[in-house]
Design a binder for this molecule. Structure first.
Ligand code: SF4
Length: 464
């Protein structure tokens, strides 16, 4: 299997090499998950909200074309310029052409996982445009020249001391300083200059409302507002799945989003954009990039209901202990693992296997995506398509041959009992068996269950 050069298991082993960091990462995300639980428990109607949100998204996806064209019609009537991008490359070309038309050299961007997915930053930087991510966590990872490791908490893999060091190197803060308040003030000062100097602002879109052509961007720092209101040009990039039919549906999602993400009752800023301000231009780039293919996959269609709250990452025992970068995909964690193979099965074939299938992700998902079932289904698809691990494929074939014949099964059992008795360490705890590396083999029985049964329950004796 020609997998990504840094497949999940290997990258996770790298993350786990620093045991202290892995423990801290695990505990921090569990803390966020616990906050989510408390926030959810305070709403008696929580489950009803989840059901409603799921149904609204289900309905929208079933009539996506109708809602997309309706949204475009309203947005155009509002004076917004609408563009359609079939894939990441087209998205990047469109954004660049708008910027080039306006001679933009400096750009501020609020957090957008879609632009991460499309690798917009490096593309624009190659064209000589300065792109500054203005979400604090995003700015930290941008300065550290690495991608976000979490869709809501992009720098969650870094401790405050590491952030202090990054700021010392790039923003000139005092060496060794790690006080969050001091560092935040420095970032604020630095970003304020970038906001004032920017020629254009790019934002993501959390929800686009079909009935009036408006869209909503949720941030905790107000950076999307500041960027979009200061610059003469605002480009909003959205995936086709961001639609909801009506304004009255928005409240359902806003109530679920922040509670699921961080345990807050509401995101600090839910900014509504509908038309360009006086003297401004507003563009919306609507992007497919594999989403319509996913929409056509019946088993995986409802992954497009995702509102990117990050709850499935926070609860996932594998994500918590392997870190976001081990997923080698813009979106990490359980949801990333069902979206990524749709984009490239070969490169991302390892990701659906990066799960215990415990189902905790599905339990917390505010829009009721059956995440763990889809992970399991992807494993079947990938194995059928020939992307499964070669060793596992061979192992399964051998197992099928053994299980097909009772004599072979009995013989292999007898051999295994002898062999394991002689070389338990080699067979169970050796390098070839990662599952056994941290496990002890129970005492190998002297006889098989059948042999034991025959000696203890002789049918002749029992019937007499
Ligand atoms: S799949 Fe569900 S829990 Fe995970 S990020 Fe999306 S909405 Fe949140």
């Amino acid at each position: 299997m020609d997998q990504h050069p840094k497949a999940h298991a290997a990258a996770a082993a790298g993350f786990l090499a620093d045991q202290q960091r892995a423990d801290w990462h695990d505990e921090t995300l569990w803390f966020v998950r616990s906050k989510r639980d408390k926030a959810a428990q305070q709403l008696p109607e929580w489950e009803a909200l989840r059901t409603q949100a799921s149904a609204i998204k289900e309905h929208t996806l079933s009539r996506l074309e109708q809602y997309l064209t309706g949204f475009e019609e309203k947005a155009l009537a509002n004076g917004v310029q609408v563009h359609w991008a079939a894939d990441a490359a087209e998205h990047n070309r469109i954004v660049h052409s708008i910027l080039a038309k306006h001679h933009v050299r400096k750009l501020v961007k609020s957090k957008s996982m879609l632009t991460e997915e499309c690798h917009l930053n490096p593309y624009l930087q190659q064209q000589g445009i300065e792109v500054v991510d203005t979400d604090l966590g995003e700015r930290i990872v941008q300065l550290n020249q690495e991608p976000p490791s979490h869709i809501v908490l992009p720098a969650i893999h870094l401790k405050k001391e590491q952030v202090g060091e990054i700021f010392h190197q790039h923003l000139g803060t005092a060496a060794g300083a790690s006080d969050p308040q001091y560092l935040t003030a420095a970032a604020r000062e630095h970003l304020r200059q970038k906001f004032l100097a920017a020629d254009a602002a790019i934002t993501g879109v959390n929800f686009a409302i079909a009935e009036n052509g408006a869209f909503v961007v949720c941030t905790n720092e107000g950076n999307a507002d500041l960027g979009a209101h200061l610059a003469k040009l605002h480009i909003a990039c959205m995936g086709i799945e961001k639609l909801i039919p009506r304004m009255e549906h928005l409240g359902v999602f806003l109530r679920l989003l922040a509670r699921s993400a961080t345990g807050q009752p509401i995101t600090t800023y839910s900014s509504h954009f509908r038309e360009p301000g006086p003297g401004q231009e507003l563009h919306i780039v609507i992007v497919d990039n594999g989403r319509s293919t996913q929409l056509g996959r019946e088993d995986f269609r409802n992954s497009l209901k995702c509102i990117r709250c990050g709850a499935c990452l926070n609860t996932c025992p594998v994500y918590r202990r392997s870190g976001g970068h081990s997923y080698h995909n813009a979106i990490a964690g359980p949801i990333g693992s069902i979206l990524a193979p749709n984009l490239d099965m070969r490169k991302n074939a390892d990701l659906p296997f990066a799960s215990t299938l415990c189902g905790s992700c599905s339990d917390v998902c505010p829009v009721k995506i059956d995440i763990h079932t889809q992970l399991y289904k992807w494993r079947q698809v990938l194995s059928k398509e020939g992307y499964g691990p070669a060793a596992k494929k061979l192992g399964m074939k051998m197992m099928a041959a053994v299980l097909a014949k009772p004599d072979r099964f009995a013989l292999s059992g007898a051999v295994a009992r002898k062999f394991l008795g002689w070389f338990p360490k080699l067979a169970v705890n050796g390098k070839l068996n990662p599952w056994g590396r941290q496990r002890e083999l129970p005492k190998v029985p002297e006889q098989s269950f059948r042999e034991w049964y025959r000696t203890h329950y002789n049918p002749k004796k029992t019937n007499s």
